[in-house]
Write a protein that binds this ligand. Structure first.
Ligand code: ZN
Length: 226
């Protein structure tokens, strides 16, 4: 499959884009994790301050293992910050912590794209696992309806990544407003936070683009059989 020219034309650029986006977020994150904010609040303090100022008492903030493993768990009502973000008072830490609080606000306010994204998760798990199996089995058995069924299931992956975009962009724009309005970051520091969150946003765009090209690749594979 790797030597298939269509695979090379579609999937290699997608992988390169993913790689570049990952390299960019790592670089940007590294750069701004070296710059302390003038107020010196840690990621944990940033998150706790935002939640307190917004009157959100039911959400906990705790550290979690791993790098860039930061997330908000709506089920457990917990913001989990990677150890480095939790403890650091850098611009990057403030940006990431505020971004996760952006997701908390989405949850509290019933932001529709977030609900839609959560509702898609079971279908995505099924589609990403079973979809390619059905496609390959359909191609192998020359039973194209089965392959198309696989494409239908796999398209849920693309929908999921497309719905992820407004969720992430919205969380970041909320984060940037919050750190500015609450005075957590001052003046030029806001630009650093913006750079970190923009680089993170690019990884979501690259992932959606990858999912699109992956789906297109399967469609081309099946169409070739006709
Ligand atoms: Zn996010």
């Amino acid at each position: 499959m790797v030597f298939d020219p269509i695979y090379l034309v579609l999937m290699v650029p997608a992988m390169v884009l993913m790689f570049l986006a990952q390299a960019r977020i790592k670089g940007t994150y590294h750069r701004y994790s070296q710059i302390p904010s003038s107020l010196g609040m840690t990621g944990a303090e940033v998150a706790q301050t935002i939640l307190a100022k917004k009157g959100i008492n039911q959400v906990r903030v705790e550290p979690v293992a791993g790098e860039l493993s930061d997330h908000y768990d709506p089920g457990a009502k917990t913001v989990r910050l990677s150890q480095a973000i939790y403890e650091s008072s850098s611009l990057a830490a403030a940006a990431v912590a505020a971004h996760e609080c952006g997701h908390v606000l989405q949850d509290v306010q019933g932001y529709q794209f977030m609900n839609l994204r959560a509702a898609l998760v079971p279908t995505v798990n099924l589609g990403s696992n079973l979809g390619p199996i059905l496609i390959m089995a359909g191609l192998f058995l020359n039973w194209l309806n089965l392959a198309w069924l696989g494409v239908g299931l796999f398209s849920a992956v693309l929908v999921f990544h497309l719905v992820t975009l407004p969720v992430e962009f919205d969380a970041s724009s909320r984060a940037l407003r919050l750190v500015d309005e609450l005075g957590i970051l001052q003046g030029e520091e806001n630009k650093g936070a913006r750079a970190v969150l923009n680089a993170a946003a690019l990884t979501y765009v690259a992932t959606a683009f990858y999912a699109f090209l992956n789906l297109l690749y399967y469609v081309v594979l099946i169409n070739r059989r006709r």
